[in-house]
Design a protein around this ligand. Structure first.
Ligand code: MN
Length: 210
């Protein structure tokens, strides 16, 4: 599964595939235009794999789509309630807003990080603070979204635990997010799990594909 596009000045791409031998993946990437140049990104990993994991992820994706204007902590609670009769999922949410900030919130093991290009090459600028839990089953008591400043060109990277964490230095920022996610999926997906990676960046004034 490969998808990519632009919303306003934000370029995004998702690449994923099911555990080899499975028909459906329990991992989902969600990209939602929330209006006014703001985009809500979510990566969902339904517990386990196969159809039951996919059902849990689909449920969360629907809740996010129907309530996209709500704050991140509210979205997490809405997903939790709607997923009570599913297996549950790990969920990371990231809201790219027009003020060049990413607000994000993660429950369970979906990694999100912002990579930035500096004099010493590409480095991890920030990593979302993940709280332990399973959305739909056990939500942490304290859901506190974090906020991180991003500059045009910085890369937001979100991935399920079916992806071996990429060393930032190996990513080529000159490539499109479609190529970056395809490369990561091809090189770093585990044979033992569904795998999905999402990348997004603000093209700023320098964007060519607006
Ligand atoms: Mn997984």
């Amino acid at each position: 599964m490969h998808e990519d596009g632009f919303i306003g000045r934000i370029e995004w791409a998702v690449a994923g595939r099911a555990l080899p031998g499975q028909q459906v993946s329990g991992d989902r990437g969600v990209v939602l235009d929330t209006g006014g140049g703001t985009v809500l990104f979510a990566v969902l990993d339904g517990l386990g794999h196969g159809a039951a994991a996919a059902d849990a992820a689909d449920r969360a994706a629907r809740v996010l789509s129907e309530n996209r204007a709500e704050p991140l902590d509210v979205l997490m609670v809405l997903c939790h309630r709607a997923m009570a009769d599913t297996r549950g999922a790990a969920i990371s949410l990231a809201l790219f807003d027009e003020g060049d900030r990413v607000r994000w919130l993660g429950v369970g093991n979906v990694e999100s990080q912002v990579l930035t290009a500096g004099p010493a090459g590409l480095t991890v600028h920030a990593t979302v603070l993940l709280t332990a839990g399973i959305v739909g089953y056990r939500l942490p008591a304290n859901l506190q979204p974090q906020s991180v400043a991003v500059r045009p060109g910085d890369l937001l990277l979100m991935s399920t635990d079916g992806i071996v964490t990429e060393s930032a230095a190996l990513i080529d920022l000159s490539k499109s997010t479609a190529d970056i996610t395809a490369d990561i999926l091809a090189r770093h997906a585990k044979d033992t799990d569904d795998a999905l990676v999402l990348a997004a960046r603000h093209r700023g004034a320098r964007g060519t594909a607006e």
